[in-house]
Design a protein around this ligand. Sequence first.
Ligand code: ARG
Length: 440
Amino acid sequence: MSEIRETVLELLAQLGSSREARQYLKEFSSVGESRFAVVKVGGGILLDHLDELASALAFLHRLGLRPVVLHGAGPQVDAALDNAGVESERIDGLRVTTEDVMAVARPVIYEQTMRLVDALEKRGIRARGIQHGIFRAKVLNREKYGLVGEITDIDLDPLERTIDAGALPVLTFLGESPSGQVLNINADVAARELVWAIKPHKIIFLTPAGGLLDRDGRVISAVSLTNDYDALMREPWVHSGMRLKLQQIHELLMGLDASASVSITSANQLTRELFTYRGAGTLVRRGEAIDLHEPPDDAVMDQVIERVESSFGRELREDWRDRLHKPAVLMSATGRAAAVVVEGAGSVPYLDKFVVTPEAQGEGLGAAMWQVLRARYPTMYWRSRNTNPITPWYFQQADTSDRKGKWVVFTIGIEEPDLRRQVVKEALRRDPGWAGEEGE
Ligand code: ARG
């Protein structure tokens, strides 16, 4: 226990916030031991980033978390085939696996498993390469693909025994037929079937790019299947590889609990991705719907008030809700993100409250909420204290900003200067609605 504590402290010092780290450690430890995470590692990572990978996995292991590691060996197998002068072709995205190909590939794949296991054990972590008995398969089409297997069944027993023994399981994409013939299994299919069998809380893809990239080559922080998926799939810059990846992740997450998520990150960003709100990489979740309540009923208002009070750490006055002029509420399904819009000066919508819990922000729910808000209200204005951590972000979203004392007033879509002056003036006079504090 004390060793774990020390490790936690080391982690906290690294990342800066103990609250976040503790919250996620609790969350990840609350699911069954073998259900924390499946980590899919491409062969390229074993080639170029073995040290970072082993140290990130060892770290999780010391925290008492037992990720299941599934690794590939694509580049290593390609190189070995080249060396041996063995031809291999791909049909329908599957590597045609002749006896010759298998003879070259199998030892190379096992060697990669061993390298990872060795690297972990060098760090004092018990690890076990499980080379048989997980993926039961039958030959898919001997004439066409050779020794390529189709999974018929997954046996989690060897994996659970490994975890019970306190070791970290390392698997690869080989299966076997009932008679013991080793079969090559497509990496994406193996990952999907394993994930569906284990039903982990997190699925982690470690890639050199460290996430899904937007059109400018920057990592997209979060994707909500509910709010962003369709729009992303329509984007012309989403190339075919990324499209396929998104489709696969979509399919994967639809087969799991709504609380499951996929993180695409790199080996050296993994710890930050897992233990901070913001993460480092791309987080994909099913996400939650954002609904408009106009007018909001009492139950919705109760939820909003609770959220606002706990986010700002202060209480609203009793009559706050009754004094809202023609209110509308946007709220996400879990109530972790909400916006209250009222009719303001000159009938322009005024954004009275905007709250998103920090962890929902990390999931991209704040950005999703903002999009829905912008689509519904092409013109609006709002204000924020200059000490509010969200104020810098508002500067990026707004068309205009006016600073006055401790307030900044923002507007969007208001073209007429007179109207703009009018709403800015009115915003500064607004009653904030907190208890024990009249208009300031
Ligand atoms: N630490 C949390 C998790 O792993 C949130 C990560 C947020 N990541 C992101 N790329 N936005 O579930």
